[in-house]
Design a binder for this molecule. Structure first.
Ligand SMILES: [Zn+2]
Length: 256
C-alpha cells in the first residue's frame, strides 16, 4: 500500500471506530433511557408514567404527592414523637437530589408504631404548597417501619436567617451527579426541625418515580429558615427538583 492510499484509508478507519463507539454509546443510552426520569421535558413529571411500566402509579395513581395543602380538618388523632440521634454524614448526589443516608438508631413514633429514619434529602423549590404558596426549599425525612411502610416528614424551608444546623452538611455538598462524600462530621436531624410542630397529615405517595402510594405524610406547619446564600448554594448543584402538586381526589388533609 502506498503512503497516499493509507492516508486515504485512515479517515475511513477513524470514522468506523467513532461510529461503532457511537453505536455502543447509543445502545447504553437507550438502556438507561428505559428508566431515566428528570424534572423537565420528555422525561419530566408529566411523562414519568410512560418512562417505565414500573412507574405506572405516577400517571394512574389517585393518592399522589405532593399536594397543595388547603382547608385542613382539625383532628388531633395522629401523634408523632421524634427520637433522633447523631449520624455520620454519608452524603450522595444521586442526580435528582442531595441525600444523607442516616445511621441506624433514629426513629419516630406514630400512634405507638416505630418508623426508622432511613434518609433525608432536599427539594428546591418546595414540593408541597400551602394555600398555593411555594417555599424556597423542602426537606424530606424518610422513615420506614418493620412492615416496610413509609412515613415522610416534610419540613418547609423559607428564605430568612442563616441556619447553623445545615452548616456542616452545606460546607461540602457533593456537586456532581453520582458523587458521594463521607464527611468526618456528624449531624442530628432533630436540629433541622422547627421547635413548634403542628402537622398537616394526609395519605400520599413518593414524589419521585416509582411514585408508590401508601406513604403517610406529615408536613410540619411552621417552616424553618435558611439564608438566601444557603438556598442559592443548593440551587447551584440541584436546580428545580420539585414535582408539581397533584390532585387531591377527595383525600382529606388533617391538622394535628
Ligand atoms: Zn422528597
Amino acid at each position: 500500500m502506498t503512503k497516499r492510499a493509507l492516508k486515504r484509508l485512515l479517515p475511513a478507519v477513524t470514522f468506523a471506530a467513532v461510529s461503532s463507539l457511537g453505536a455502543f454509546t447509543h445502545a447504553s443510552a437507550n438502556e438507561a433511557a428505559h428508566s431515566h426520569w428528570s424534572y423537565e421535558g420528555e422525561s419530566g413529571p408529566a411523562h414519568w408514567g410512560e418512562v417505565s411500566p414500573d412507574f405506572e402509579a405516577c400517571s394512574r395513581g389517585k393518592s399522589q404527592s405532593p399536594i397543595d395543602i388547603a382547608n385542613p380538618v382539625k383532628d388531633g388523632k395522629e401523634a408523632v414523637t421524634f427520637d433522633y440521634k447523631q449520624s455520620g454524614l454519608n452524603v450522595v448526589n444521586n442526580g435528582h437530589t442531595i441525600q444523607v443516608n442516616y445511621d441506624k438508631g433514629s426513629s419516630i413514633k406514630i400512634n405507638g408504631v416505630s418508623y426508622d429514619l432511613v434518609q433525608l434529602h432536599f427539594h428546591d423549590p418546595s414540593e408541597h404548597t400551602v394555600n398555593g404558596k411555594s417555599y424556597g426549599m423542602e426537606l424530606h425525612l424518610v422513615h420506614k417501619n418493620s412492615g416496610g411502610e413509609l412515613a415522610v416528614v416534610g419540613v418547609l424551608i423559607e428564605n430568612g436567617a442563616e441556619n447553623p444546623a445545615f452548616k456542616a452538611l452545606w460546607a461540602d455538598l457533593p456537586a456532581g451527579a453520582g458523587d458521594k462524600k463521607e464527611l468526618a462530621r456528624t449531624i442530628n436531624a432533630a436540629d433541622f426541625l422547627p421547635a413548634e410542630r403542628t402537622f398537616y397529615h394526609y395519605a400520599g405517595s413518593l414524589t419521585t418515580p416509582p411514585c408508590s402510594e401508601g406513604v403517610s405524610w406529615f408536613v410540619i406547619e411552621k417552616p424553618i429558615q435558611m439564608s438566601e446564600a444557603q438556598i442559592a448554594r443548593f440551587k447551584e448543584i440541584i436546580k428545580g427538583n420539585n414535582r408539581p402538586v397533584q390532585p387531591l381526589n377527595g383525600r382529606k388533609v388533617v391538622i394535628d
